[in-house]
Design a protein around this ligand. Structure first.
Ligand SMILES: *Cc1c(COP(=O)(O)O)cnc(C)c1O
Length: 394
């Protein structure tokens, strides 16, 4: 932990206390929702640190302090969504600059780079970021960012953060790690050399599927200054109510991630034993290709599990429509379990890109319900889905 504000406290304690002092006016234990757009000034420029809520808001400031503390960073910035945070990082670049992106980058990140930033003059290459040697080869003199997700979405591949930081820095590029799938409880990329950590706080940090948000955390004060300028200049900021919900989610992040990880592992082990399942992707399985690196840089392996159903697209479509507890829905990281078909849902924007998803792939966000109920639900859905698909083929 590098938090010099509260170095004496462990993660679980900082999740509840960092940036979250009782309100000095009233003693309220919970940071209030400062639902105000503006702040009274005693004289021109004489105020208590707040002038206008796009620029700064006390509920948002509490969230930003807490997030910085939990990632072990010197600063945090909160945004209206994960993609707003992504766009704010991209404003560090200029036309002609080049970005290295994972070959299974989050669909929205890919879409932003390919459809919005490329026409504006940015170039990009997609590579397999699990292999630092391939990344070194793909670096160009104009490469300014290496954009890593680990675990990736939806194949849950693991990229070695420390090695990639070394390669990126050797080429004069910054390393950005999208830490959404791990959460700061399970993985802290800054400690491994990353320059900026990104979160879709919509996912594990919020944890209750009731808010959309994003965040950036880092150490370099010069980078903070530029990003905070962009945050205000572009204006994609979260409202105080959303910041309140995220602070509330943060308080239980550690205990939720432990249960997500335990349930994720049990579900992955169950799936691997099923005839109806062709392949399971979960970095917590000891024979998963990413396991050794994941075990080095993660505390545990979270609740995201992907698998291919025997019978391809038809079987996969039937399985995702047959679960009762696992809701068929996009997104992830909430207390309730979700199931989805990446090729047709979250990653549909990859169609035609050369990086299409296996049509038989199913992605689970394993929640914190009782694991026996979750496994029973998957068992009946696999039976129903794969049998129906086989009956149609015959
Ligand atoms: C959801 C997600 C994003 C985008 O975040 P939004 O809050 O939906 O804008 C970025 N990266 C990953 C890995 C995600 O899962």
């Amino acid at each position: 932990m590098h938090d010099d504000r509260e170095p004496q406290y462990q993660f679980e304690t900082r999740a509840i206390h960092a940036g979250q002092e009782p309100d000095p006016e009233t003693g309220a234990v919970i940071v209030p929702i400062y639902q105000t757009s503006t702040y009274r000034q005693e004289a021109v420029g004489v105020h208590k640190g707040y002038e206008y809520s796009r620029t700064g808001n006390p509920t948002r400031a509490a969230l930003e302090t807490a997030l910085a503390s939990l990632e072990g960073g010197a600063w945090g910035l909160a945004y209206a969504s994960g993609l707003a945070a992504t766009a704010n990082v991209m404003y560090l670049l200029r036309p002609g600059d080049h970005v290295l992106l994972s070959d299974d980058a989050y669909g929205g990140t890919y879409r932003l780079v390919d459809k919005v930033l490329q026409p504006w003059g940015l170039t990009y290459t997609q590579v397999d970021l699990t292999d630092p040697a391939r990344v070194r080869e793909a670096l160009k003199p104009e490469t300014k960012l290496v954009w890593v997700e680990t675990p990736t979405n939806p194949y849950l591949k693991i990229a070695p953060i420390a090695e990639l930081a070394e390669v990126a820095h050797g080429g004069g590029a910054r390393l950005v790690v999208d830490n959404t799938f791990a959460s700061p409880y399970l993985q802290q990329p800054l400690a491994h050399g990353a320059d900026i950590v990104l979160h879709s706080t919509t996912k594990y940090i919020g944890g209750h599927s009731d808010v959309v948000g994003g965040a950036l955390v880092g150490n370099d004060p010069a980078v903070r200054e530029i990003l905070a300028f962009h945050q205000n200049a572009v204006g994609a900021v979260p409202g105080p109510q959303d910041c309140f919900l995220l602070l509330r989610g943060l308080k239980t992040l550690a205990v939720r991630m432990e249960r997500h990880s335990a349930n994720g592992r049990a579900v992955a082990e169950f799936l691997r034993g099923q005839d109806a399942v062709e392949r399971v992707y979960y970095p917590g399985l000891p024979d998963d290709p990413g396991h050794a690196v994941a075990a080095r840089q993660m505390r545990d392996f979270a609740g995201m599990v992907s698998f291919t159903a025997r019978g391809g697209l038809e079987a996969a479509k039937r399985v995702v429509a047959s679960t009762k507890l696992f809701f068929l829905a996009e997104s992830l990281g909430g207390v309730e379990s979700l199931i989805e078909h990446p090729g047709l849902m979250t990653h549909a924007s990859l169609a035609g890109s050369g990086f299409e998803i296996d049509p038989g792939l199913i992605r689970l966000s394993v929640g914190i319900e009782h694991v026996d109920d979750l496994i029973a639900d998957l068992r009946q859905a696999l039976t129903a889905g794969v049998l129906e698909a086989a009956a149609i083929r015959d």
